[in-house]
Structures are given as C-alpha cells and as structure tokens.
Design a protein around this ligand. Structure first.
Ligand SMILES: CC(C)(COP(=O)(O)OP(=O)(O)OC[C@H]1O[C@@H](n2cnc3c(N)ncnc32)[C@H](O)[C@@H]1OP(=O)(O)O)[C@@H](O)C(=O)NCCC(=O)NCCS
Length: 146
C-alpha cells in the first residue's frame, strides 16, 4: 500500500464524496491532512486506480502516542473485497513503527459496515457519543496495538 500525498487530492476527494452524503471532509480538510506531519495517509489501488484510502493522525497523551483514525473510504464498487481490512492493517503497521500503542476512532452508531469492519479487526466499543453527528449518535472504539 502506498502513502498518499497532495498529488492524490482530486481522486481522494472524489472518493470521499462517493462515500459520505453529509459529514464528508472538505477538500481543504483533506489537503490539510495530506500535508500534516502528524498524519498518516495511505491509498489502496486496483489496476493502477485509487479505490480507497485511510487517514489517521497521531497525538501525544501523557507518555503515550495515540493513533486516531479519522476516515476510511472504499469506493462503492470495490467494497466487500477486503480493501477496508487491508487499509486498517496497513495504518496500524505504520502506527506501530511510529510508537503508537493505542488506536481509537469514532463512528456513527448506525454505520453497520464500518462498525462490523472495526469490530472484526479487534476494536472494542468504549463509549457512546451522544449527538456526536448532529441527530445521530456516535460510538467511540479503541484497540491496543500489540
Ligand atoms: C466501511 C468500509 C470502509 C468497508 O470497506 P470494505 O473494503 O468494503 O471492507 P472489507 O471488504 O475489508 O470488509 C471486511 C469486513 O467488514 C465487515 N463489513 C464490511 N462491509 C460490511 C457491510 N456492508 N455490512 C456488514 N459487514 C460489513 C464484514 O465483516 C467484512 O468481512 P466479510 O466481507 O468477509 O464479511 C466501506 O463500507 C466504506 O467506505 N463505507 C463508507 C465510508 C465509511 O462509512 N467509512 C467509515 C467512517 S468511520
């Protein structure tokens, strides 16, 4: 899996728009994340076309470095082929190399696909985020990276 960079911005924004109706990151937010030193952004390709990406950020919390997954997007026609799992696996590998011990994320409570993916990959619900997405609630998930 390849690291994403600003040269991929157009395609990543296109996928973001395919994946989210509301709550999508803006083009500017994606551009910022692609160039931020503390971010990790990876792309997944099929036949030389970008079909998915993941963006996470690292921050220091006391003595630990925490990894925070901000978004994972797979283009609709490429779903259920293991790309999401691969993106998660790869970002965790990068996080581990950078000393991250715990990875966390938020997801809409009604996002069955994402919740199933995260739970399948070892993320545990540790909290409920009331009205985190306006009318919809969120779930806070965590995984200790071993
Ligand atoms: C969530 C998302 C990234 C999953 O990507 P994907 O490439 O389809 O996921 P995978 O093929 O790796 O799926 C791995 C496992 O996750 C679970 N899963 C994935 N999609 C699912 C769905 N629609 N319903 C139920 N379980 C699902 C399954 O357990 C699946 O394993 P299986 O196919 O062997 O049953 C994709 O649906 C997506 O881009 N959604 C829109 C964006 C989004 O909501 N991102 C999360 C924001 S926090």
């Amino acid at each position: 899996m390849e690291e994403a960079s600003i040269k991929h911005l157009d395609r990543l924004y296109e996928i973001e728009m395919e994946c989210f109706e509301s709550e999508a990151f803006t083009r500017q937010q994606i551009a910022y994340l692609l160039t931020d030193y503390n971010s990790v952004s990876l792309i997944a390709e099929v036949d030389c076309e970008i079909v998915g990406f993941i963006i996470g950020k690292m921050h220091i919390d006391g003595k630990s470095t925490i990894g925070h997954i901000l978004t994972i997007d797979v283009s609709p026609k490429h779903r259920r082929r293991g790309i999401g799992l691969r993106l998660l696996e790869d970002i965790e590998r990068v996080f581990r190399c950078k000393g991250v011990k715990v990875c966390c994320l938020e997801v809409r409570e009604d996002n069955v696909a994402a919740l199933s993916l995260y739970q399948k990959f070892g993320y545990k619900k540790v909290g409920r985020l009331k009205n985190y997405y306006g009318n919809a609630h969120g779930v806070y998930l965590k995984k200790v990276l071993t």
